[in-house]
Design a protein around this ligand. Sequence first.
Ligand code: BT5
Length: 268
Amino acid sequence: MDDELSGHILDEYPFTGKIGHKIHFFEITDSTNRVAFKLAVEGAEEGTVVIADTQTKGKGRLNRAWLSPSGCNLYLSIILRPNIRIDEAPQISIVSGVGVADTMLSYFPSSVSLKWPNDIMMNDRKICGILTEMRVKSGRLDFVIAGIGLNVNMLKEHFDDRLLETATSMLLESGKVYSRINIMAVLIDTFEKWYNTFLNNGFQPIHKFWTDHAYGIGEMVVISFKDTVIAGKLKGLDKDGALLVEEGVGKMHRILTGDATVLKTPKQ
Ligand code: BT5
C-alpha cells in the first residue's frame, strides 16, 4: 500500500492549531496511550500528539486488545489538559467520539453513528474505538489522554474471524484507499473544533450532536459491567453524559460505565 505515514511527512505537515503543534511519531510502539500518558506525567503540553504506524500492545478498555496492523490505520493519542472537574472528565470521551464521528461524516455523509460509550459505527460495524485515560493530581484533573484507533485502509485479511463480523474500515466501506496524513489532518482539525466548543460552550452542543447521531436510540439494549447486567430501552444521554436506559415502564437507569449491546429490531 503506498499510503506512507512517517515522521518526515508529519514534520512537513502544517498543523497550525493547538492540537498537533507537537507530534511524536513512532514506526512501532507498544501503545500510543501508554507513551502519551508517560509524556503527560513528564509535563508535555496540551495538544501533544503521539502517533504510531503500528502498536504491539494497542489497548482497548478493560485490558482488551486493539488490533493494530502496520501500514493501514491511524493509532493516535492526544494529551488534553481541560480545566474541568474530575466528575466531568468522562465527557471528554463523548467529545472525542463526536470529533471522530464528525470527521467520518465528511467522507460518509449518511452511515456514521455513535455507540455508547466510545465506538464509532459505520453500517452497524465498528470503524473506530476510543480509549480515554486520565490522571488526578492533588485532587484535580491533571490530564486526559484521548486515544483513537481508526481503521482507514484495513483489509479483510487483517481482521481475525471474530472481527470480520463486527468491524470495518474506510476502505472496506468505500473501496477507496485513503491518505492517512490527510485523514489525520481532518481528524485533528475537527477534534479541535469540538474540543473548543466543549471548553467554550459546555457539554450541551456535544450532547446534541451525539443524540442526533446516536446508534440504537429507542432500541432494546443490554448493558453489562462486571457482574451487573441491565436490559432496557436505550433513551439517550442525560445532560452530563451518562447513558439513560429505561427498564420496564419508567424505571430509568443512569449508567456511567459498561459495555452496550444493542438488540436491533429487524427492518420491515
Ligand atoms: C476500544 O476499546 O474500542 C478502544 C480502542 C482504542 C484504541 C486506540 S489506538 C490508539 C490508542 N493507543 C492505544 O493503546 N489504544 C488507543 P473497547 O471498547 O474495549 O473495544 C475493544 C474491542 O474492539 C476488542 O475486544 C475487539 O472486539 C474490538 N477490536 C479490536 N481491534 C479492533 C479494530 N482494529 N477495529 C475494530 N474493532 C476492534
